[in-house]
Design a protein around this ligand. Structure first.
Ligand SMILES: NC(=O)c1ccc[n+]([C@@H]2O[C@H](COP(=O)([O-])OP(=O)(O)OC[C@H]3O[C@@H](n4cnc5c(N)ncnc54)[C@H](OP(=O)(O)O)[C@@H]3O)[C@@H](O)[C@H]2O)c1
Length: 287
């Protein structure tokens, strides 16, 4: 019994090097688990992982490659970061569903437009904010999410259950942009753009769909259940602290945090359309 209890939990992460999963892998290793991750090996330079993680390389859509990569290894728990809906989830084995909301890490700021927006804020360019900037949003740092997920591993009571894992800090979008600006040591220049106009001025931009169907709405979560199952779950990173870390990451990783020309052009167009519309409103107001 003692021998069994002392054995490290063997965990396989499908994914493992992404925004959310890299923090979970790190925390699993810190807590003494024996960890393997399976992915295509494209992300590792962005997010260094601890020694001792076994890297298996395969595309999850290629069953034969996955089977070959896993070989005769066995695991106590498999965390599938590449399963988004019920159709993705393979049936017939004990399952726990974990639902993150908007989750970011130091390498991936949670702003529509990512590092390009951070760059605009830093140099004093105007930044569009959807709606009137007052809808409520819950942001979770991946390190906080990891506390909840890793705490569930190996717990048979979690089988068949569904968990929402988010941080507990809720912000308006104006606050989110302002906190990033404060971390950069500048005042933000925000312009408010009706959510429904994003797909009009920027059709095809990923974030236009998100503004309309996701982040344009308020989202606040009840995390009582994960706190009950994982008593140690206690999100630590307020967005103020996380924003300082992202700014430090940007300073230390200039190669991967630069503005992207295509995103810059989209943001210029949204801001330009805002000012053009404002002129129309001004003219109508004066008539
Ligand atoms: N971040 C959020 O706010 C959020 C919110 C709700 C739900 N989710 C869901 O949570 C999951 C993880 O999100 P994330 O933000 O951490 O994603 P991510 O940063 O894109 O990471 C994806 C991970 O999966 C691997 N991967 C991607 N395609 C693969 C493939 N075909 N075969 C093998 N490995 C593959 C990637 O490594 P390689 O590229 O090297 O293969 C990486 O390790 C996703 O299902 C996402 O939809 C995310």
């Amino acid at each position: 019994m003692l021998h069994h209890d002392a054995a490290p939990l063997r965990v396989l992460y499908l994914g493992g090097s992404g925004t959310i999963s890299a923090s979970c892998v790190r925390l699993s290793v810190e807590t003494g688990m024996r960890v393997a991750m399976l992915n295509r090996g494209r992300n590792e330079k962005d997010r260094p992982l601890p020694d001792g993680v076994e890297a298996l390389v395969a595309d999850v859509t290629d069953d034969a490659a996955v089977t070959a990569a896993i070989g005769d290894r066995t695991f106590d728990a498999v965390v599938n970061f590449l399963s988004y809906d019920a159709a993705d989830a393979r049936r017939g084995f004990p399952l726990t569903v974990v639902r993150p909301s908007h989750t970011y890490d130091d390498a991936n700021p949670p702003l529509p437009g990512g590092w390009t927006v951070v760059d605009r804020i830093a140099r004093g360019a105007e930044v569009p904010v959807h709606g009137d900037g007052t809808s409520l949003w819950t942001l979770t740092h991946a390190e906080d999410f990891a506390q909840g997920l890793v705490g569930l591993l190996g717990n048979p009571r979690a089988i068949g259950e569904t968990f929402t894992i988010t941080g507990s800090d809720v912000y308006t979008w104006d606050q989110i942009y302002t906190i990033v600006a404060e971390a950069l040591g500048v005042a933000p220049r925000l312009v408010h753009v009706a959510s429904e106009l994003y797909p009009v001025v920027a059709p095809g931009w990923f974030w236009s769909g998100e503004v309309l169907g996701d982040i344009g709405h308020s989202a606040v979560f009840d995390t009582t259940k994960i706190r009950t199952f994982v008593p140690g779950f206690a999100p630590r990173l307020t967005f103020h602290r996380a924003a300082s870390r992202m700014v430090a990451w940007r300073r230390d990783h200039p190669d991967t945090t630069t503005a992207d020309a295509a995103t810059e052009a989209v943001l210029d167009r949204i801001v330009g359309a805002y000012h053009a519309a404002r002129e129309v409103y001004r003219a109508w107001g004066a008539s």
